[in-house]
Design a protein around this ligand. Structure first.
Ligand code: TRP
Length: 333
């Protein structure tokens, strides 16, 4: 793990909803491919989740289940540091300090803040506003080189770089400047009931969850929005729904677009849609079964997140101590 030749990766997902097929194909599947080549930390960012109101019991359950699902997707807790953000107090501590090196104006310009503030107009908290500072702390604490995220998080990683650069130029080199790592091949899935918006846990009907049972998955695919033609052809402009289903089918089966189009040539959507459903059912079946098995093994899960937090705290404290010294705090020990 302390292999200096490997680049370090940090990423996280909020336990604010169920993991989706979109999070699997767009993020976790890529993480699995990175685990041998990089030194990776994968975090369940529960502190980020409370920037909007959460039900406590649900948040607790989802945080632990998310860890089980990470493992079921193929992330190995020996190879990666997997932990729950709130178990590592250094995140909050560094976040406070970095907040003092972040401009109000910079945070006001964050697209996600503006969107979420509009969505939660009755509860625009300071936490929602300073969320990108906490994210910067997550990344900078571990001196991460690369941050695999979706396009929507690029702006936050850019801000992280700006904060790091500012701190480095005031106090000498302290932080590695991270880069967003947006995989070119990672499938970006769109909502099944509105193929012009991203598949997301906030649009539950158009979204397949990792833990959905087969009959639910089939129903969602049979209902998927298409168009009034009949040809199974990839055409993002004019056939967004079918193109999205083709993307999902190819990602689930490993087939190329050309192969998939040939397979369904001359067949209507009535054949194609359930075929995509079946492919997803088969892809998710082992993940769901393994998640279930791991979720039932509470002692094992606890040992994973305890150990993950210990390893993370050790790394995080190194950076935090350095930062505290540089800004002029008196050493506590
Ligand atoms: N903000 C990210 C999201 O909503 C989650 C996140 C929090 C994250 N901290 C992070 C992602 C650090 C990458 C690195 O998707």
């Amino acid at each position: 793990m302390a292999d200096q030749s490997k680049k370090r990766i940090f990423s996280g997902i909020q336990p604010s909803g169920e993991l989706t097929l979109g999070s699997y194909m767009g993020a976790i599947k890529n993480w699995v491919d990175l685990q041998d080549e990089y030194d990776c930390l994968y975090c369940i960012v529960d502190m980020h989740a409370i920037t909007v109101r959460q039900d406590p019991a649900t948040l607790r359950r989802r945080s632990v289940n998310q860890l089980a699902q990470y493992i079921a997707c193929g992330l190995d807790p020996q190879k990666n540091i997997m932990f729950i953000q709130s178990h590592v107090p250094q995140h909050a501590e560094l976040s406070w300090i970095l907040g003092c090196y972040t401009q109000f104006g910079e945070l006001s310009r964050m697209t996600q803040f503006k969107a979420k503030a509009a969505q939660h107009a009755d509860n625009i908290t300071a936490g929602l506003f300073t969320y990108p500072v906490l994210m910067a702390a997550d990344i900078l604490l571990y001196q991460a080189d690369l941050v695999p995220v979706g396009e929507d998080q690029r702006q936050h990683v850019e801000l992280t770089r700006d904060i790091a650069q500012r701190f480095n130029s005031v106090y000498s080199d302290t932080f590695v400047l991270p880069e967003a790592f947006i995989p070119k091949v990672g499938a970006r899935l769109m909502s099944l009931d509105d193929p012009t918006t991203k598949m997301s846990k906030s649009l539950p009907d158009g979204c397949v969850n990792l833990m959905d049972p087969p009959e639910v998955i089939m129903k969602k695919f049979k209902r998927a929005v298409t168009d009034c033609e009949t040809a199974v052809k990839f055409d993002k402009e004019n056939k967004a729904g079918i193109s999205n289903l083709l993307t999902i089918y190819c990602a689930a089966t490993g087939k190329t677009l050309a192969e998939a189009e040939a397979e369904f040539a001359g067949q209507g959507y009535g054949v194609f849609k359930p075929a995509v459903g079946e492919a997803v059912v088969e892809l998710l079946r082992p993940i769901r079964e393994e998640s279930q098995r791991i979720m039932d093994d509470k002692a094992y899960l606890e040992s994973v997140y305890q150990e993950g937090a210990e390893r993370a705290r050790r790394l995080a404290q190194k950076t935090l101590s350095k930062v505290q010294r540089k800004v002029g705090f008196v050493a506590a020990r």
